[in-house]
Ligand binder design. Structure first.
Ligand code: G1P
Length: 292
């Protein structure tokens, strides 16, 4: 597996029940941090890593994601006539030219592994990325996926993003056991989905960024329902590492778990505080609120 990744899979068919009632009509991937939806941050990261084919695994209710990436002719015309070039750029920038979006439907919500398997006909037989948009990963330098794609290209291995979490939180994530790390990488020896914290093999948690060997598809086809009764990507990765090298990668950057309320709040605060136009006012509001 030494080819550069070109295709990125975005599983966006989840129900987003944690954010009800908002997610009754707004997919969680469309929740904004300031003025950009979560999905845009993940898409930008994939494009920066070199991907030109973005595969959205969606469900029949989630038109908002497809609408967002569709060309908005009327809006663009209006902005153009009004001379609002900055806004026009923002609208066009959603999907830069040369990048294509492909939509695949996941007919039944059978789990993350099943969602990734739905992308098989579009991915074919080449290494590819998976990005979970509710993990927002931000870095001043190269994005996390770019770092991982470089590592995959050099090593020929599959690469999975990880970070340390408190032991008590291991039950919320995929957890890996690895060989010693050097150069941010450690070969994965075992991976388990959402273990009981008492049984967790470490406190190194999987973050929603993966560069995967296409052999994962054959393994996903044979995986039995696991944690939560769902077809888990983690279980197919556990089978993959019996056959091929899979690296855990401690990326450079900060991850916001925007699949939780507090993660979404944290990301909003951090982005507001570093926003070129909003930081001053945001800081003032926060200082006043904290002084009460
Ligand atoms: C998924 C994966 C899990 C991973 C997590 C990262 O879980 O199954 O291994 O640690 O994403 O966000 P989910 O958050 O979909 O329950």
């Amino acid at each position: 597996m030494t080819r550069r990744i070109r295709k990125a899979v975005f599983p966006v068919a989840g129900l987003g029940t944690r954010f009800l009632p908002a997610t009754k009509s707004v997919p969680k991937e469309m929740m904004p941090i300031i003025d950009r939806p979560l999905i845009q941050y993940a898409v930008d990261e994939a494009i920066e890593a070199g991907c030109d084919t973005l595969i959205f695994v969606t469900n029949r209710y989630k038109h908002a994601v497809a609408d967002y990436f569709d060309k908005a002719y009327e809006l663009e015309q209006k902005l153009e006539h009004a001379g609002k070039t900055a806004q026009l750029e923002l609208v066009r920038y959603v999907l830069p030219s040369g990048v294509r979006a492909v939509f695949v439907t996941q007919a039944e919500a059978l789990g993350l592994g099943h969602a990734v398997l739905c992308a098989k006909p579009v991915v074919g037989d080449e290494p590819f990325a998976v990005l979970l948009p509710d993990d927002l990963v931000w870095n001043q330098g190269p994005g996390a996926l770019r770092q991982m794609a470089d590592t995959a290209e050099v090593t020929g291995a599959s690469v999975i993003a990880v970070e340390d979490v408190p032991k008590a939180k291991t039950g919320s994530y995929g957890i890996v056991a690895t060989e010693d790390f050097s150069n941010r990488q450690g070969r994965i020896r075992a991976i388990v989905e959402k273990p009981d914290p008492v049984k967790a093999p470490s406190n190194l948690a999987v973050v929603g960024r993966y560069v995967l060997d296409p052999e994962i598809f054959a393994l996903l086809e044979n995986v039995e329902p696991g944690s939560g009764g769902e077809i888990q990507l983690t279980d197919a990765i556990a089978a993959l590492l019996e056959k091929k090298p899979v690296l855990a990668y401690r990326f450079e950057g900060k991850r916001f778990d925007c699949g939780t309320h507090i993660g979404l709040i944290e990301a909003t605060i951090e982005f507001a505080l570093s926003h070129e136009n909003l930081s001053g006012a945001a800081r003032e509001i926060m200082q006043k609120a904290l002084a009460r």
